[in-house]
Ligand binder design. Sequence first.
Ligand SMILES: Nc1ncnc2c1ncn2[C@@H]1O[C@H](COP(=O)(O)OP(=O)(O)O)[C@@H](O)[C@H]1O
Ligand SMILES: [Mg+2]
Length: 370
Amino acid sequence: MKEELKLASFSESKLLKLLMEFIPDQIYFKDIRHRFILLNKPTADNLGTTIENAIGKTDMDFFPEDLARQYFEDEEQIMKTGKPIIAKIEKTGAKKQNLWNFTTKAPIFDGDRVIGLMGLNRDITDLIRAENNLKKVKAELERSNADLEQFAYVASHDLQAPLRKIESFGEKLVSMCGDSIEGKSADYLGRMIKAANNMRELITGLLSLSRLNNRVERESVSLVEVLDTVKKYLEIPIKQSGVKFDIKNLETIEGNKLQMVQLFQNLIDNSIKFRKQDEPLVIGISSEITGNKCRIIIEDNGIGFKQEESENIFLIFKRIYPSETYPGTGLGLSICRKIAQNHGGDITAQSREGKGTRFIINIKAAHEQE
Ligand SMILES: Nc1ncnc2c1ncn2[C@@H]1O[C@H](COP(=O)(O)OP(=O)(O)O)[C@@H](O)[C@H]1O
Ligand SMILES: [Mg+2]
C-alpha cells in the first residue's frame, strides 16, 4: 500500500490518540456528569494528578472550590444549551495558584442529545504574566513622567515669585538712590539685577520645556506656513543679519503646529546667533517624506562646533560659547529634542568648527493612533 493511503486508512481514534499524546495543550473529554472519560498528560498535570487517577473524577476532586464551581457552571450551560464556549481566558491551577488557561469547551452530541463535552485548554500563564508586568512598568513610567513634569512645572513656577521680588527691589534701589550709588556698589547692583534677569529667562525656558508634552492636538501642518510664521517672529534679527534662505521642498506633515514653529524658531535663531561675522549667512532648509517618515534638514554656514559636542548641546543649560559674546539660556536645543521626540522621532547635529552646522530632524509624517 502506498504510504499516503496507509495514513488515510488509519482510524481517527488512532490519530486522536497521537494528537493527545504529543500536543502540549490540555485535551479532555467529559461525560454528562462532568467526569473525565479521556484526558492527556498536560490535563492531568493541570489537575495535579495522573491520567489514571483522574478518570471518573470531576474538577471538584482537584481544584479549589471557587474554580471548580465556575467550570461546573460553564459546562452545565454548554450541555444545557448545546452551545460551545470558545477562547475564554480563565484562572486555573489545582496545586499551583494563579495559572491561566485559554479554554475552549464544546458539547458532544449523540443525535440531538448532548452526552458530554470536549475541552481544549492552553496554558497562557507566561503570556499573562508578561502582559501584567508590561502594564505595571507602563503605569510606573507614566506616573514618574507625570511626576517629573509636575515637579519641573511647580519648581519653575514657584521660583518666579521670589525672583520677581529681587528684580523689583533691585530696580527700586536704583531709582531711589540713583546717583548716590557709585563705583563698586553700582557695579554690584547692576550685576545683581542682570543675574536676576538672566535667571528669569532660565526659568521661563524651563517652564516652557516642562509644558511640552506629547498629549497635544495633531493637525495638518505645512512647513511652508511654519517657516512664514517664524520669519515674522524673527523679523528684526533676520533683517539685521541679512540672512539668505535656501529653501528646498517643504512638506506638509501631521503634527502640532505650535511645537513645529518653536522647533524652527529655535534652530533659525541659533543659526543667526552663531553666524560668522565675515561671511554672509545662508540657512538651508529642506524636507523629504519617505513612507511615514519625514526628514527635515536645517543647516547653516556659521561658526559651528566640534563634532564631539554634537550630543552635549542637547542637554539642558548646555552651552559651548561664553554668554558675553553669545547670550542665551542653553535650553533651545533641549526644547527642540523634546519636540522631535513628541513627534515620534529625534534630532541630531553634525558640525565642524568654522564649517557650519547641520541639524537633522527625523519625525513621523503622520501620527498613528495608539
Ligand atoms: N547653529 C549653530 N551653530 C553653532 N553652534 C550652535 C548652533 N546651534 C546651537 N549651537 C551650540 O549649541 C548650544 C546650545 O544651543 P541652545 O540650546 O539653543 O542654547 P542657546 O541658544 O541659548 O545657547 C549653543 O550655545 C551653541 O554652543
Ligand atoms: Mg538657542
